[in-house]
Write a protein that binds this ligand. Structure first.
Ligand code: ZN
Length: 343
């Protein structure tokens, strides 16, 4: 399986995020990708290739151009105002307030375009995020050209980023960008399956009204878990997209037995949709040892997950999302890939 990776991910290295009432070192950090890359080298998938440059046009197929312009300029505007420290938003829109006018000040813009305080914009955010999107686009292009599967080994992750917002450590929605590029390249139907512990609210929002992209997500119940305000089972899409969003929330403590049953529900729905290609938002924060999550998957379960995904029989693009138990992340992520390949 081809692995697409760029060292430019290192450009995104936030100093702190707001978590549990404290500014703490960022969980989403360069070591995550490094350990997955090391495990790729040790365990078999490959070759590892550099991404091709795809420019901004495929990003604008998914994201609002005004949002992309904001993201590109945000660090410079922030530094001019506040100096060299991470850019974090401080407040957001509440009912009775409105979003008709984009604020001029960078502090206002950060609140306008974000939904949490866990996602610092740094000097290298744009560079790292666009390199990640290029990796996802390159992996999609390889699969469109006939590869059975490819893996975009990227960070920062993408699935919380929507048409015009960032959050949850995500800025550009790599999986959505790949899915849209596959559609634009001739695939009639694309399924996006999100197995990250957290609901892929950004991907859901991007494809909410669409019947050509089926979005499915297995995740912790939003009654208990971030991002709290999306991912309930009754969220099914709207208009032509009704029935083409599938949410399978699971409670804290979910182990492989319950997870596998939900995964079987998802893969049955994918089979009924009969897509040309599958995009997997591959987060491994469902692992029992994850420091910010509460599912109970074991390392061997990720191999079973890969085998279940392979059984769908589809050309598949894997895109790395979350997973914060850094020491185990390489094994868990690569177990999905080797499980997919039949070990
Ligand atoms: Zn996650």
């Amino acid at each position: 399986m081809i692995v697409v990776h760029s060292a430019a991910h290192r450009a995104q290295e936030g100093r702190a995020e707001l978590n549990d009432g404290q500014l703490v070192p960022c969980y989403e950090k360069p070591a995550r990708a490094e350990i997955v890359l090391a495990r790729v080298g040790a365990a078999g998938p490959g070759p590892v290739v550099e991404p091709d440059a795809h420019g901004e046009a495929p990003l604008a197929r998914v994201h609002d151009p005004a949002y992309l312009a904001f993201l590109k300029a945000a660090w410079h505007e922030w530094v001019a105002e506040h100096g060299d420290r991470d850019a974090l938003p401080l407040n957001w829109v509440a009912p009775g307030m409105h979003r008709r006018v984009v604020p001029d000040s960078i502090d206002g813009k950060l609140g306008y375009y974000s939904f949490d305080a866990g996602t610092p914009i740094t000097a290298g955010t744009w560079r790292a995020a666009t390199a990640g999107a290029d990796c996802a686009l390159t992996a999609a292009a390889r699969v469109a050209a006939g590869e059975r599967a490819a893996f975009a080994l990227v960070r920062p992750p993408g699935h919380h980023a929507g048409h015009a917002f960032y959050g949850g450590y995500c800025f550009l929605n790599n999986a959505a960008i790949a899915a849209q590029a596959l559609r634009d390249g001739g695939a009639a139907r694309v399924a996006v399956l999100d197995v990250d512990y957290h609901h892929g609210n950004g991907t859901q929002e991007i494809f909410w009204h669409r019947d050509d992209v089926l979005f499915l997500s297995l995740h912790a119940d939003p009654r208990q878990e971030f991002p709290y305000f999306s991912g309930h089972a009754d969220e099914v899409g709207e208009g032509p997209g009704t029935g083409f969003t599938v949410n399978l929330p699971l409670p804290w403590g979910t182990d492989w037995t319950a997870y596998a049953a939900a995964l079987a529900t998802a893969t049955a729905r994918i089979a009924a949709f009969a897509p040309d290609v599958l995009v997997v938002s591959l987060g491994a924060d469902t692992f029992v040892g994850d420091p910010i999550s509460r599912f109970r998957l074991q390392s061997d379960d990720f191999r079973r997950m890969g085998a279940a995904l392979a059984a769908a029989g589809l050309p598949t693009v894997f895109v790395l999302e979350g997973g914060y138990a850094v020491d185990d992340l390489g094994v868990n992520v690569v177990n999905v890939l080797t499980g997919f390949e039949g070990d």
